[in-house]
Design a binder for this molecule. Sequence first.
Ligand SMILES: Cc1cc2nc3c(=O)[nH]c(=O)nc-3n(C[C@H](O)[C@H](O)[C@H](O)COP(=O)(O)O)c2cc1C
Length: 188
Amino acid sequence: MADLPRVVVGLTGASGMPYALDLLQALQGLAEVHLVLSQGAKRVLWEEMGLSPKDLYPLARWVYKDGDLGAPIASGSFPTRGMVVVPCSASTLAKIALGLADTLLTRAAYVHLKERRPLILVPREAPLPLPTLKAMVQAAEAGAVILPASPGFYHRPKEISDLLGFVTQRILDHLGLKAQRAPRWGEG
Ligand SMILES: Cc1cc2nc3c(=O)[nH]c(=O)nc-3n(C[C@H](O)[C@H](O)[C@H](O)COP(=O)(O)O)c2cc1C
C-alpha cells in the first residue's frame, strides 16, 4: 500500500453513483484511495444503489467526514497523484469553480488546483444550464479537467459495465495510472 500513489476520490449528490463504484473498484491495487462523500452523495448513493457510506469502506484506505477540515487531504503538503469528483453535482462544480472551500471535499479540490495537481470533475447533468456551463469554463481555466459521464459507443458496449468502464478508463488515463479497464480505439 505504501508505495501506491494516493488518489482522492470525492462523491457528491449527482446521479451517476455506479461510475463512482466502478472507479473505486478499478483503483484497488492501483492507488491508495482517500475517500470523502458530501451530504448529498449519501442520499444519492442510497437512492441509486441501496448503499450507505460504510459499504464503501473496504474500497478506500481512508474515509473522511466532509466536515473534517483538518484532514490530511485539506493540506497541500499531503502529496497525492490527483483528485476525482465523481459524480460531480452542479452545486459542487460551481463551488469549485469559484474557489469555495467550506467542506473537506471542496477544500481538497481547491488544494489540487492550487498545487497544480490533476483535478478531474465528472458531471452527469443534462441539459446544462448557463450557470453550470460557465462554471465548467471557469473550473477548466483554473486547471480542472471536465470529464462528463458520457461514454462513447465505438467500442460496442453490451453491458452497463462496458459503459462505466469507458468513463473509468478516461479517468485512470488522466491520473496517469496504467490500467486497462476498457478497450482502446485502435487496439482491438
Ligand atoms: C436522487 C437524486 C439525484 C440527483 N441528481 C443530481 C444530478 O444528476 N446532478 C446534480 O447536479 N444534482 C443532482 N441532485 C441534487 C443534488 O444532490 C443537490 O443539488 C445537492 O445539494 C448537491 O450537494 P453536494 O454537491 O454537496 O453533494 C440529485 C438529488 C437526488 C436526491
